[in-house]
Structure formats: structure tokens, C-alpha cells
Design a protein around this ligand. Structure first.
Ligand SMILES: [Zn+2]
Length: 485
């Protein structure tokens, strides 16, 4: 990245609201049905069909607006955005244009330990287009099941100064939308889509450079990659004395570059006008209050509570609270584990470490979510309680966890059947220690000459002989005692 120049980035996000039915008709809002089976005259745009506004879409939008501290407008209005495209049966999209449900919000997030905030300019409720499917033989198929699903359009101010920051913003936004349960935000299913614009200017310059729009960003990684490519392309062009052309460019994932899609001259005139089939929408304070009932704890509130309640490191808190279900699992695990042991603080620490390493790695490797994870918090609490009671070592616990996954059996059963209980028998361990000392005269010599670092090696040898079951603390004491004689 060039240090003489900075990026000025704005984002436009479209997220499908998971209402029960579509925005202007009673067709169910579903995914994956047989093409063109979830349609009616309204969402097919047949002549004479009249739209009716879905109240639930407004409730969900109000939640999002509230979460990001935006001004909620009691009066909003739908407009027609006219353009001609095969996936748009009506010949226009119905959107809120300038009379939005909400304006002036802010999204706060951490990046490299620093607080950042990005302003939201507006949020609009609008309807989704049909889905075009491009086949190999070059024809285009249309699935109208998607037509009319409610979207929330979220437009930011150009407040981001690097591609990395844009990605961090998107992660926070998606996390919050998922916490609010207003959308599944699955980008592969198109439930969340991102367009971006970026211009470049010398650091310190107030005036904005020429803006380029980026499309076809199918993942947050693609957003970051495309913006990085585009930033470098623009800086290079400016340094070469070229003019940046105002245009829309497509991100080509395969070629890892952006390409011109359409220039400004070809831009559409959408001929917006108020939707004559719908009255302006009016929501009263009662409606807003009602929509905000049972609002869940939001990510930043949970982070703060985790810090106060559990006293964990910030990095660990961010991992544990990234997904609501993971945070819930952790809290249940801690509660169950505390019931099985008197060491409350150790229980929290061990549960946090186990969650952020073993369990999340396991989920990542097997590609399942925490809700699909086959072990419930009580199963893991049983395993970890054995560690806290010093019945098994941490290393053995990892083995037991592996065996739990292979056999589906409980931790206690595995430990008992396989004789994995920690060896704390001092007489027995003393003999093993003696053996190890006899077998490693050179190492012992080094230790006696002051290289006490070799103690770890000797402990390791005792562990090997006891198949990892020896209590490390006892072994260390025994070794030190014997070696000082
Ligand atoms: Zn319909």
C-alpha cells in the first residue's frame, strides 16, 4: 500500500430480510423451492395487481436502525425506480429512495485494537429482483421465486480509509444483523450482497478523487481483494499523470483484477417517482416501541459483559462473541462446569481456552456450526471437570476428546475404560523418575552444571513412560529433589 495516498471507501449493502412473506404479496419468503412455484400476480408484476406493504419488514428495519443508533422516520414513502431488465417483471423496483425508513446511523468496531466508526447515510426497504441463471449454452433462465423478497439497503458514508477497514466494518455489520436475527446473511445464497465505491487522494488532501464503483463482490474477502487491487491501480494511474475515469468495474475473481463494466455516460436515468399504488407509510411510536421489544443483547454489549463477568482477554472475548450461538454455548458450558467443581475462576479460563482452541478448530475442520456440534455443553463440562479435579491431564483430555468424537461415548466412561486417570502415586512416580535419571546421565550432568532448562526434557521423558498420565507438578518436584541430592 502506498503511504502518500489514502483510499476513500463507501459501501452499499443489500440484505434480505427474513420475513415470513414477501414485501408486497403473501407469497412465502423461502429459498431453494422449485423455480417459479412461489409466485403470484403481484410479484410477477401482472397488470392490475396491487401491492400491500408487509409490516414485518418495517419491524425488522426498525431493529437494525435502533441497533446502529440511526434516526427512525415515522413517515417514509415508496418510489418507483424505473429500468428495463429481464429479472425485473414490473419494469421498475419499488424502493424508498429519499424518504427512507432510517438515516444517520453509526457502526462501531475494533480494528487492530483501535476503535473505528463508520457512519450510515440511510437505510431503505425495497423489493428484490428475480434471479437470472446463466446456463452453459449461453441462455438465461429466470426464477421469479426471489422477486419481491424484502431487502434492506444500507448505504454508508465514505468513511473507510483502507480495504481492511471496509472488511472489518462488514464483519461487524453482518455480526449485528445475525445477532438481531433479521437475516441469515448467507452470501452464497445472495442473502447479503455488497457493492463498493472507492476513490484515491493524496494524504492530507480534503477534496475527493474520482470515484469508481465495484460490483460482483461475492465474499468479504473479494471486497477486500477488489478494493486493494483498485486502490493500487488508481494510485499507479495518478502517479503516471492519467485521469481516473468515473465508471463501474467488475471484480474478476479468477483473473484477480477489476474490469470496466460501464462508464458514467451509460449510467441509467431511473426516472424516480412516488409509487402511485402505495400510500406513504406511517409508523407510530407504539409500533416502534413494540418492534424493539425483546431486542437481544448486541455484540458490543455482550463483549462488555464478558469482560466484566469473566475477566477474559479482549482477543478471546472477540472470538467467543463473534457468533451469538458460540457465546451462548460458552456460557452454558461455564455454568455447567462451575457446578461440577469448586474452582470457579479456573473453570472460566479452561472453558474459554477449550472453546477457542479445541472446539472451534473441530467445528472449522468438520465444517459444521456450533448448533450442529454433536457434543452439548454438559458433555464438554464433564470432560473439563476431570481436568479441574486433576483426574486427567490437559494432554490426556485432548486424547479423550478425540475418542469422544470417534466413539460418541462420554468422557468419564472413556477415562475409566482406558485407564487414563492421572498418576499421582508418588512411590510409583519416584521409580520412574529414578529410571529417567539413570538413562540420561549427560542431561543430568548439564542440569547439575546449571543448565536448568533441560528439566523440561526430563519431565517429558517421565511423561513418555507414563503415557502422558503423570501429574506434571509432582514429577517436577520429584525431579528437582532427586537432582539436588
Ligand atoms: Zn407473490
Amino acid at each position: 500500500m502506498s503511504e502518500e495516498f489514502e483510499a476513500v471507501i463507501g459501501l452499499e449493502i443489500h440484505v434480505q430480510l427474513n420475513t415470513r412473506t414477501k414485501l408486497f404479496c403473501s407469497c412465502p419468503n423461502t429459498y431453494g423451492e422449485e423455480p417459479n412455484t412461489v409466485v403470484c400476480p403481484v410479484c410477477l408484476g401482472l397488470p392490475g395487481a396491487l401491492p400491500v406493504v408487509n409490516e414485518e419488514a418495517f419491524r425488522l428495519a426498525v431493529k437494525v436502525a435502533h441497533a446502529f443508533n440511526a434516526t427512525i422516520h415515522q413517515e417514509s414513502e415508496f418510489y418507483r425506480k424505473n429500468y428495463f431488465y429481464p429479472d425485473l417483471p414490473k419494469g421498475y423496483q419499488i424502493t424508498q429512495y429519499t424518504r427512507s425508513i432510517a438515516t444517520d446511523g453509526v457502526v462501531e468496531f475494533d480494528i487492530d485494537g483501535k476503535k473505528r466508526s463508520v457512519r450510515i447515510e440511510r437505510m431503505n426497504i425495497e423489493d428484490e429482483a428475480a434471479k437470472s441463471i446463466h446456463t452453459e449454452d449461453g441462455s438465461v433462465l429466470l426464477d421469479f421465486n426471489r422477486a419481491g423478497i424484502p431487502l434492506l439497503e444500507i448505504v454508508t458514508r465514505p468513511d473507510m480509509r483502507s480495504p481492511k477497514e471496509a472488511r472489518a466494518f462488514l464483519e461487524r455489520l453482518k455480526q449485528t444483523l445475525k445477532y438481531l436475527e433479521i437475516s441469515n446473511c448467507d452470501m452464497e445464497k445472495g442473502e447479503l450482497r455488497v457493492d463498493s465505491n472507492i476513490s484515491v487522494r493524496p494524504v492530507g488532501q480534503e477534496e475527493l478523487g474520482t470515484k469508481v464503483e465495484l460490483k460482483n463482490l461475492n465474499s468479504f474477502k473479494a471486497v477486500e481483494d477488489a478494493l486493494t487491487y483498485e486502490f493500487e491501480r488508481q494510485v499507479k494511474a495518478i502517479k503516471n499523470g492519467e485521469h481516473i475515469v468515473q465508471e463501474t468495474r467488475l471484480w474478476d475473481e479468477g483473473a484477480r483484477e477489476t474490469r470496466t463494466m460501464r462508464a458514467k455516460e451509460e449510467a441509467h436515468d431511473y426516472r424516480y417517482f412516488p409509487e402511485p399504488d402505495l400510500m406513504p407509510v406511517s409508523i407510530d411510536e407504539e409500533f416502534i416501541k413494540d418492534s424493539l421489544k425483546n431486542l437481544p443483547e448486541l455484540p458490543w454489549e455482550k463483549e462488555l459483559r464478558f469482560e466484566r463477568t469473566y475477566g477474559l482477554k479482549k482477543s478471546q472475548i472477540l472470538v467467543l462473541t463473534h457468533e451469538k450461538d458460540v457465546a451462548d454455548y460458552f456460557e452454558t458450558l461455564v455454568a455447567k462446569l462451575k457446578k461440577l467443581t469448586s474452582k470457579a475462576q479456573d473453570a472460566v479460563k479452561l472453558a474459554a481456552n477449550w472453546m477457542t482452541t479445541e472446539i472451534l478448530r473441530n467445528l472449522h475442520e468438520s465444517g459444521v456450526s456450533i448448533s450442529e456440534f454433536k457434543f452439548k455443553p454438559k458433555d464438554i463440562a464433564e470432560l473439563l471437570s476431570l481436568v479441574l479435579k486433576e483426574e486427567i491431564t490437559l494432554n490426556i483430555a485432548k486424547d479423550v476428546f478425540r475418542k469422544m468424537q470417534e466413539t460418541g461415548k462420554g468422557a468419564t466412561e472413556i477415562v475409566e475404560k482406558e485407564g487414563l486417570k492421572q498418576v499421582k502415586d508418588t512411590d510409583f512416580l519416584e521409580n520412574v523418575v529414578k529410571e529417567v535419571i539413570e538413562e540420561n546421565p549427560e542431561i543430568v550432568e548439564k542440569y547439575k552444571k546449571g543448565k536448568t532448562g533441560v528439566l523440561g526434557f526430563l519431565i517429558g521423558q517421565v511423561m513418555k513412560k507414563t503415557r502422558g498420565k503423570a501429574n506434571a507438578g509432582i514429577v517436577k518436584n520429584l525431579l528437582e529433589k532427586k537432582l539436588s541430592q
